[in-house]
Ligand binder design. Sequence first.
Ligand code: PXG
Length: 288
Amino acid sequence: MKVYLDGQLVEEADAKISVLDHGLLYGDGIFEGIRIYDSNIFRLDEHLERFEYSAKAILLKMPWTREEISEAVCATCRANGLKDGYIRLVATRGKGDLGLSPWLCPVPSLIVIADKIKLYPPEHYEKGLAIVTVPTRRMNPAALSPAIKSLNYLNNILAKIEAQQFGALEAIMLNDQGMVAECTGDNVFIVHKGKIYTPSAQQGALKGITRDTIFDIAADLGLPIAEHDLTRYDIWNADECFLTGTGAEVIPVVKLDGREIGSGQPGPIFKQVLEAFRIRVRQEGTRL
Ligand SMILES: Cc1ncc(COP(=O)(O)O)c(CNc2cccc(C(=O)O)c2)c1O
C-alpha cells in the first residue's frame, strides 16, 4: 500500500515518522476520516474545511493549501487504485524537542492513508444495534472541544472499552449535564412522531459530515428535522434511533440500555434515509 508522507508517496513499510513527532508524543495533531465510493470522494471539500477548522482551533499553521491537500488525497487513492474505501488524512504538529510547546516543532507533517474499509456486517443494518450508555462522559468543550477532530481519541476509546465490556458495539456518551452528546464514533438521531431530532453540536459532539448530509436528505424527502437536546429517556421512548458516521454511514439502533426502541426493528424513516444516503454518496464530492 502506498502512503502519502510529507509530499512523497512511499510504501507503507517505509512510511515512518520520528519518535519525536508531537502527534505521537502528545496527540498534538488532527485528522479526518473520509470515504470514497465508486471513485467519488464523498464531500471531500466539507472534510477539508473541517480539517482547516480543527487546525485553526489548535493553532496548527498548515503550510499546504486546500488544493494541495485535496491533490494529496486524490493522488494517494490513485496510487493505490482505490475506488471504494476509506481515507485517513492526518496532520501532526511535527518533529520537535521533548516538551509540550508547539513552538518546538517548526514543520508539521501531512499523512494520507487510503485503504479498503472494514464495514459493519450487513446484518447490523438489517437487524439494528443494541447499544448502551457508558459512564465515561464526552469531554467538556471548555477542556478540549469535541468539535476538534484531534488525535486525542482516548475519551472515545475509554467509552468504546466500556461498550465492549457491556457486550455492545457502540455507546451513547453523555455530556457533563447528563444530556446525550453522541456515540464514540458517530452522531445520534431519533425519530419521534414523524420528526427527526439530533443533539446540537453544543451538547458536545463532533459536527459530523454525515450528520449534515442527513439534514439535506431530510429536506429533500420533506421530513421534518431539528436539533434538540436529548436525554436517554428520549431515546428509550423514540419510535426510531439511528447513528451516522463516515465509518458506519447510517446504522439503526433498536435497543438502548435494555429498552427496546419503537418496534424493536429498524424503522421506515431510517430505511428512507439510508436509501437516499446510498445514492447521494455517489453523486456529491470530488471525482478521482
Ligand atoms: C466522535 C465522532 N462523532 C461523530 C463522528 C461522525 O462524523 P462524520 O460523519 O464526519 O464521520 C465521528 C467520525 N467517526 C468516524 C469517522 C471515520 C471512521 C470511523 C470508524 O468507525 O471507523 C468513525 C466521530 O469520531
